[in-house]
Structures are given as structure tokens and as C-alpha cells.
Design a protein around this ligand. Structure first.
Ligand SMILES: Cc1cc2nc3c(=O)[nH]c(=O)nc-3n(C[C@H](O)[C@H](O)[C@H](O)COP(=O)(O)OP(=O)(O)OC[C@H]3O[C@@H](n4cnc5c(N)ncnc54)[C@H](O)[C@@H]3O)c2cc1C
Ligand code: SF4
Length: 563
């Protein structure tokens, strides 16, 4: 039985760590450099703006650009995708009495909720288990919230640099001193085109990596500074659609069970979410753990299948799909958190550090809270003019004292128990929740997603044929993401191209954007994998399952506006 991890990609962390190379007078100097305009990075920029406003002397010392935020998407929000039912705690702390929840661009409070266990035709309502209770939470589009937070960050003095991918971590004398941005205008083979623009060295006193799931430089930093946690990180893949609907939905819905299979040998863990977005829109998504084993499993196609369920078909009846997108979610939880959240000159926040509560499907408020705490730690160090390696350690202390740590500790084994199959896992998870994590199972073993041996079944034979109304194929979904990746740019996906057929099939089925095709047989039982990188929506699943996503040219990828 093949394992994807037996065919590692041609990728070396060392290629992405460098000393600054631009001459000293050509480097762009900023005070605090934040990589990623997601909730973590933008909360960090907003909090720094507040602190620097109160302490203009410190702002003065940080130079012309005290705070800069790099974003690889066309604009903030372009690459943000979430549920998103948001716990308001962190937003309230971030804005204090400056803004009320009602001032944010939301779809209001969760109006009510239902949980169903699905079979192919039936839907059995069950009382919402404690982690799925959403009373008091707010419904957002994360891409819209991101645009709003970016405006607040700019008002507070941050400079936001969109269409700019951070490619290399700049390290000098063992200390992170900034990042190098990616080149633009290279051809498929790497040659310079007419519009070529070389990347730049951005140097900073403190660099905050807030890259979200599968962060490219976060992975590099974890290896370079030996920060990986006790457990390997694992991920889930979420595929979602936003629909215009004829009838408003009056509650948030979660489902478990079908179309996933319960058997332990499949390791299919996940569920769906269906949230109202005001009077005339609904978001529907399916999230599946990437430790599954069946090479023919496709989360994109399972979501299409889910929509054919009578209960769900009724919600979407007479409606129209407006947008589609996909993204991974780190799900290793507490035991997979990095050993430290700082290194000399560096802080790690949000999904990049794995701060997600998977049983609750919540990460936005941890991202915002960690961004705020990172800003305060960076500010404290800068105020005192400190540069020693330990100056940023107060960030780790603050996170350990916060609700992020408490919440993640409480559900620390929750994800791992689902390796026992859905029903046994569900029973164990309920016992753990009811006891607030005091039911001790000991520390359960965790394996990287790419280590799972593959099964081959005919699961794909029962995916529904796309009808262009309710069900769609992958290429029309990529179109509905607004993807704008240039066809002739260098390939940003690193995989071993020659692999056993089942590994190639795993990648082809897994990728929601049809990037991989199983190519010609090589006569020795292996096949070549054909790659169409311009379809990629940067969901990150390939990194979990044996390859490596690197950031393409800045400005590439989806243009999410509703996700
Ligand atoms: C399908 C799905 C449903 C979810 N549902 C919920 C929910 O209902 N409630 C909830 O609380 N959480 C939910 N989550 C989790 C939540 O979305 C994340 O925890 C949260 O978005 C993490 O925020 P972040 O700022 O760390 O990362 P992100 O939101 O991923 O933002 C990171 C940003 O950094 C940019 N970036 C990354 N690398 C680079 C680079 N090298 N250079 C430049 N820019 C870069 C990215 O383009 C992106 O804009 C869900 C997630 C998914 C995928
Ligand atoms: S190629 Fe892109 S879209 Fe496909 S799985 Fe990999 S990261 Fe996701």
C-alpha cells in the first residue's frame, strides 16, 4: 500500500532562508512587518496602530513606515475563506469602545441552530452537542470582514502592500530580519518577461507571520528554528459555496454522517455547515479531515453530492450559485502547537501556528486574539528598544494565559479520537466535552496526513454528474472562485511527478481545482502526474498530502468577495 509521504516533493527549507541581498540603501525598512492580511495579521496591525497613536515617540523611532502588511491576494480579503460564524470575544477586546459589533459588516447574530445526522435520504435532528452551540456568535463573510479590518488598519497608519507574496525568510546572525518578496513577470521556465520586476528585501525590527493555514514561511521558520510541536500538524479540507436563495434560512445548520462513510478503515471525519447570510444568501460547505485513506475521495464532489440530499436541495431550490472556494484548516489542536510561538525577531499567529478549535470549527477569534497579543508583545519590546533573542517571549506567556490556550487544552484529544471511526470517535468526543477535557485518554498518537496508507475504491463512481444548476464540475467551480492566476508563470507547486498510480489518483481526486491529472504509464507501475498550476486556488491540501504549495506570483489566485 502506497503512502504519499514516500514520494516527497523536491523542496528544501534551506532554499527559502537567506541573508538580505539588496544593497543596504535599497532595502525597504519598516518597523513591524506583518505577513498576511487575514484576521490575525490585520488585528495585529490595528492594535499596533492604537498603541503607536498613544505613544508617538515609539512611532517616531520606527521610521517612515512603522507597520507594513504584505498580502499575496489582489487585495485584503481576496484569499480569505471561512464559515464564518464568529465568537465575538476577540473582536470586542480588539476594538474596546471604539467600535460595537453592530458597526462591523456582519449578517447579524446566529438566529438559531439545528444539527442533523444524515443518511442518504433522511435527516435525523439531534440536540446540538456543546461544541456546536452558537448562541451569541455572529455570522460574517470573512473576505468582507478582512476588507473592513484592512481599512481600519490603514486608518491606524499601517501600510498594506497587496499582490505581494513573501517568498523567503531573511535571517541574519540567527535572527529574523524580514522577508524577501517574490519576483513578478517571469515566464513558465523562469525567464524574465517584458514586465519583469525583481522582488525586494523588506527589513524589519520585528516580523510577524500571520500567513494562515499552510503558511509557506511559517513552515520554513518552524524547521529553521526547531519550533515544531509534539504532534505533527494535520489538516482538514473545506470546500464551500455561496448561494443566492429564494427563501431565507432561519438558522445555522450542521450535519454529520452521509456522504462520509463511518467505517474505521476509511478514516472519514468531517461534516457540513449551512449558514444564512442575510435574507437572500446562504453559504454551504463540507469539511473533511485529510487523514482519509481513499484515493478516490474528492471533497469537491462530496459537496456536490451533499446538495442532492432532499433536505438540502430544498434550501437551495430556485437559487443560484454565486461563488465557490476551498481552503484547508489546521486540525492538530493543542498537541500540534509549536513549541514556542517566537524566535529571535519573529512571532507566529493564527492558523499558521495551528490555533483552531476543530470540534467548534472556530479559528477566527483565536487568530484575532493572537494578532492582538503579538502586537502588544512587539510593542513592549520596541518601546524598551530591546533586541535580545528573548525579547519577544512575553508573547508566549500572554498566549498561555489567554482563552486560546484554555480552549485548545480543553479539546486537546478531540480530533485524534475520530481516528477510531465516526461512531466511537463521536462517543469519546462527547464524553470529553461533557467533562471539559477532564476525561483523560492519555495523549493519543497522531500521524501526518501523508503517512496514511492509501485504499482504492470506486467511491468516485457515485458522485453526481454536474448539471450546471445544483451540481458543478471542478473547472466551473474554479471559475466561480474568480481565479486570476496567469497561465504562463512558473509552476509554484512542488510534487514528485513520477509516482504509483494510487498516489496520482489521490492528488487528482483531492485537488478541488483540477490541477493534477493522471498521465502516461511509465512501464514500471508508476505514472507521470500532469500539472495545471494556473487552476490552483491555494487551498493548501497538497502540502498535507505529500507535496508542497509555495506562493505563486503576487496577485494570483482566487478573488473571493463573499466567502
Ligand atoms: C471552510 C472553513 C470554514 C471555517 N469556519 C469557521 C467558522 O465558522 N468560524 C471560525 O471562527 N473559523 C472558521 N474557520 C477557520 C478560520 O477561517 C481561520 O481560523 C482563520 O481564517 C485564520 O485566520 P488567519 O489570519 O490566521 O489566516 P487566514 O484567514 O488564512 O489569512 C491569512 C492571509 O495571509 C495571506 N498570506 C499567506 N501567506 C502569505 C505570504 N507568504 N505572503 C503574503 N501573504 C500571505 C493569505 O493570502 C491570507 O489573506 C473556517 C475555515 C475554513 C477553511
Ligand atoms: S494544487 Fe492548489 S488547489 Fe489543488 S490541492 Fe494543491 S493547493 Fe489546493
Amino acid at each position: 500500500m502506497s503512502r504519499p509521504s514516500n514520494f516527497p516533493p523536491p523542496f528544501s527549507t534551506a532554499d527559502y532562508v537567506a541573508e538580505p541581498t539588496d544593497p543596504a540603501d535599497e532595502r525597504i525598512e519598516v518597523g513591524v512587518l506583518i505577513v498576511g492580511a487575514g484576521p490575525a495579521g490585520l488585528a495585529c496591525a490595528i492594535r499596533l496602530g492604537q498603541l503607536l497613536e498613544e505613544h508617538p515617540d515609539v512611532a517616531e523611532r520606527l521610521g517612515d513606515v512603522p507597520v507594513a502588511v504584505l498580502e499575496k491576494g489582489k487585495q485584503p480579503g481576496s484569499h480569505l475563506l471561512s464559515g464564518a460564524v464568529v465568537d465575538p470575544r476577540a473582536l470586542r477586546r480588539l476594538f474596546g469602545n471604539r467600535l460595537r459589533m453592530e458597526d462591523l459588516p456582519s449578517f447579524g447574530l446566529v438566529p438559531g441552530e439545528s444539527v442533523y445526522v444524515l443518511t442518504r435520504r433522511a435527516a435525523l435532528p439531534i440536540p446540538p452537542p456543546p461544541p456546536m452551540r452558537n448562541h451569541g456568535n455572529w455570522i460574517f463573510s470573512l473576505s468582507q470582514l478582512g476588507r473592513f479590518l484592512a481599512e481600519r488598519a490603514e486608518e491606524g497608519g499601517a501600510m498594506i502592500l497587496p499582490e505581494t507574496a513573501a517568498q523567503r525568510l531573511l535571517v541574519s546572525h540567527g535572527r529574523v530580519v524580514g522577508v524577501r518578496t517574490g519576483d513578478k513577470g517571469r515566464g513558465r521556465e523562469g525567464g524574465e518577461l517584458g514586465n519583469f520586476e525583481a522582488g525586494s528585501d523588506l527589513v524589519a525590527k520585528v516580523t510577524v507571520l500571520a500567513e494562515g493555514t499552510q503558511g509557506h514561511l511559517t513552515g520554513v521558520a518552524l524547521d529553521r528554528f526547531g519550533l515544531r510541536g509534539d504532534d505533527p500538524q494535520v489538516w482538514e479540507l473545506g470546500v464551500k459555496e455561496v448561494w443566492k436563495v429564494a427563501k431565507p434560512l432561519d438558522r445555522v445548520i450542521h450535519t454529520m454522517g452521509w456522504p462520509l462513510r463511518p467505517g474505521k478503515r476509511y478514516r472519514e471525519f468531517g461534516g457540513s455547515f449551512i449558514y444564512p447570510m442575510g435574507e437572500d444568501m446562504v453559504t454551504i460547505g463540507l469539511v473533511v479531515g485529510l487523514d482519509y485513506r481513499d484515493a478516490s475521495l474528492s471533497v469537491h464532489d462530496l459537496l456536490q453530492e451533499l446538495k442532492t440530499h432532499p433536505k438540502i436541495r430544498r434550501i437551495l431550490a430556485g437559487g443560484e450559485r454565486l461563488q465557490w472556494g476551498a481552503k484547508t484548516i489546521p486540525s492538530g489542536g493543542f498537541h500540534a502547537l509549536p513549541r514556542r510561538l517566537h524566535a529571535p525577531g519573529l512571532l507566529l499567529c493564527g492558523d499558521g501556528a495551528g490555533m483552531v478549535n476543530i470540534p467548534r470549527l472556530k479559528g477566527v477569534h483565536y487568530a484575532i486574539e493572537s494578532g492582538r497579543l503579538a502586537a502588544e508583545a512587539a510593542f513592549r519590546a520596541l518601546q524598551r528598544g530591546e533586541t535580545p533573542a528573548s525579547a519577544l517571549s512575553s508573547y508566549d506567556d500572554a498566549v498561555r494565559d489567554s482563552f486560546i490556550w484554555r480552549d485548545l487544552h480543553e479539546v486537546r484529544n478531540m480530533r485524534q479520537v475520530f481516528g477510531h471511526g465516526f461512531f466511537v470517535g463521536g462517543a469519546l468526543a462527547s464524553a470529553m466535552t461533557a467533562s471539559k477535557g477532564r476525561v483523560e485518554l492519555g495523549k493519543l498518537p497522531a500521524e501526518p496526513d501523508a503517512d496514511q496508507p492509501l485504499l482504492v475504491t470506486d467511491r468516485d463512481a457515485s458522485y453526481p454528474a454536474p448539471d450546471g444548476q445544483l451540481t458543478f464540475d471542478k473547472l466551473s467551480s474554479v471559475f466561480a472562485s474568480g481565479n486570476k492566476t496567469r497561465d504562463d508563470q512558473p509552476n509554484h507547486i512542488r510534487i514528485e511527478r513520477r509516482v504509483p498510480r494510487e498516489v496520482a489518483e489521490l492528488w487528482a481526486h483531492m485537488c478541488p481545482a483540477q490541477v493534477y491529472e493522471v498521465g502516461a504509464e511509465e512501464g514500471d507501475g508508476t505514472v507521470m502526474v500532469d500539472v495545471a498550476p494556473s487552476n490552483c486556488v491555494q487551498c493548501g491540501a497538497i502540502t498535507a498530502k505529500g507535496g508542497r504549495l509555495t506562493p505563486p506570483e503576487g496577485g494570483s489566485g482566487p478573488e473571493y468577495t463573499l466567502t
